[in-house]
Write a protein that binds this ligand. Structure first.
Ligand code: M6P
Ligand code: ZN
Length: 194
């Protein structure tokens, strides 16, 4: 993430819910299937999608509210509807680097699942609809999955000092994956945990 401008004055941004954009915005990151290739169970489907144009899976917009002595940040993520094989589009998912750092996620559009899991595999899945707000305590990795047919948009509030750790999720993923079965989302044990 970019170097953070220090600003001790109040800041407001204006969110456009349908596409998850807001103004002004400091940084936008786009993640494609190739950026989270190792996260999906069906590696053949990953390869085929990359060959056929490597579609975008989600966009993150970021605003760090860095003052002289505080470090709140805003992240708005828009996950497109879609699947890799039969597994729904999702964020990479991460732990926080600092072990005293929680986060609040607010789903403002769409439907899906917020998966949370400790490093020991203690797993909690929160079903998400518009305006579900979830507190993610310290030590829980977090990933959002879009199981609906419109972009899922969620607002995240966290401290910049929380940091992101992706390694354990890249290696082992979450205990369960969410796949479409008979037209509906279903939670099944991840092959990496079987
Ligand atoms: C939220 C916040 C960000 C995070 C983003 C996408 O906006 O938690 O810190 O980067 O979601 O999640 P990930 O980094 O796991 O792809
Ligand atoms: Zn986080």
């Amino acid at each position: 993430m970019k170097a953070v401008p220090v600003n001790d004055l109040p800041v407001s941004v204006q969110l456009n819910v349908p596409d998850g954009t807001f103004t002004p915005c400091i940084e936008m990151t786009s993640r494609k299937v190739s950026d989270l290739a190792m996260m999906f169970a069906d590696q053949k489907a990953v390869e085929d999608l990359i060959k056929s144009g490597d579609p975008e899976v989600y966009q993150i917009r970021y605003y760090p509210f860095q003052t002289k002595n505080s470090d709140m940040a805003l992240g708005v993520t828009m996950i497109l509807p879609g699947k890799v094989g039969n597994e729904y589009f999702m964020t990479k998912g991460h732990f926080h680097e600092a072990d005293n750092q929680p986060e609040i996620y607010h789903c403002v559009q769409g439907e899906g699942v917020l998966q949370m899991m400790t490093i020991d595999g203690e797993y909690v899945a929160a079903p998400w609809v518009k305006d579900t707000i979830t507190h993610i305590p310290p030590h829980y990795a977090h990933r959002v999955i879009n199981t609906g047919s419109v972009p899922l948009v969620f607002v995240a509030s966290f401290h910049i000092a929380a940091g992101h750790v992706y390694g354990p999720i890249e290696k082992k993923g979450f205990k369960y994956i969410i796949v479409e079965k008979d037209g509906k989302p279903q939670e099944v044990l991840s092959p990496k945990w079987a």
